[in-house]
Design a protein around this ligand. Structure first.
Ligand code: BTN
Length: 262
């Protein structure tokens, strides 16, 4: 099932997101393509979208690889960051909310939000979000919101390194999904959350806590040189996670890698 600009358009109800887009057969990375466009395309508008059927060197957080065979959704969306800097961290969270709602509404699958940037189904990763920010002299600050969704990927198409930890919509549903609809609805949801975020009317923490998350689970977090073990109690303002450590005290962690222990 091929990704097609006009077919995506049929599903869009947005005013900005995805109204200008490029669809590529393959790219090294959609985030890299958008990051380089920011430097050269002066009139680039908010919501500019890059999509690729495959990525040769798809990137995840902290220098990890995002395996990107054909059949997945790989997209990057341009945001102009007219937001206080402490809100930037919320952007990958609204990405997760948008993908979560789409997967639930279109396919009746209930993912789990795993801090800081993954969606899991039955413990296996179905989507990941990568937000990269840049300041370009004389312009705004830009955010490139990269979203990967394992859509129509069969189990044997995942490389060995991730075959036990990744899943896809195809694996869970037993049938292919319409990737144009999937992309269109993600963008629609994302624009609604983004508009609320800039109007300051979105309670990101409340939205997260209303959904299925890792709250209550035991976890180990590597944050810089430190390893923190405890129970996830909730989320803080602007993208942090709250952990109750042994002895009952609570820690708020802004950045790190989390491993579930139960
Ligand atoms: C992660 O889980 O570590 C984040 C994965 C983000 C992957 C997406 S796919 C589209 C965009 N382009 C990239 O190179 N990475 C992001």
């Amino acid at each position: 099932m091929y990704i097609d600009k006009d077919r995506i358009d049929d599903f869009l109800t947005t005013t900005r997101f995805g109204r200008e887009m490029e669809v590529h057969d393959w790219l090294p990375s959609t985030n890299d393509r958008l990051l380089s466009l920011i430097k050269t395309k002066e009139d680039i508008s908010e919501g500019y979208l890059i999509i690729s059927h495959e990525q040769k060197v798809g990137r995840g957080r902290q220098g990890r690889i995002w395996h990107s065979p054909s059949g997945g959704v790989y997209l990057s969306l341009l945001l102009k960051l007219n937001l206080p800097q402490d809100k930037w961290n919320s952007l990958h969270l609204i990405g997760m909310l948008a993908v979560y709602d789409t997967i639930l509404d279109l396919y009746n699958l209930n993912p789990t939000i795993k801090w800081p940037n993954d969606l899991l189904i039955k413990g296996e990763k179905i989507s990941g979000i990568l937000l990269e920010t840049r300041s370009v002299e004389g312009f705004n600050n830009f955010g490139v919101l990269g979203i990967g969704i394992n859509a129509n990927i069969a189990r044997e198409e995942f490389p060995d390194e991730v075959s036990g930890t990744a899943t896809s919509l195809l694996i869970r549903l037993g049938e292919m999904v319409d990737m144009n609809e999937l992309i269109g609805v993600v963008l629609n949801n994302l624009e609604v959350y983004y508009n609320e975020l800039i109007k300051n009317t979105l309670d990101v923490r409340g939205e997260l806590e209303e959904r299925r998350t890792i709250i209550g689970r035991r976890a180990e977090i590597m944050s810089g040189e430190e390893v923190i073990v405890g129970r996830v109690m909730g989320f803080g303002e602007n993208g942090s996670v709250i952990i109750e450590v042994e002895g009952g005290s609570r820690r708020e962690i802004i950045e790190g890698n989390l491993r579930l222990m139960d």
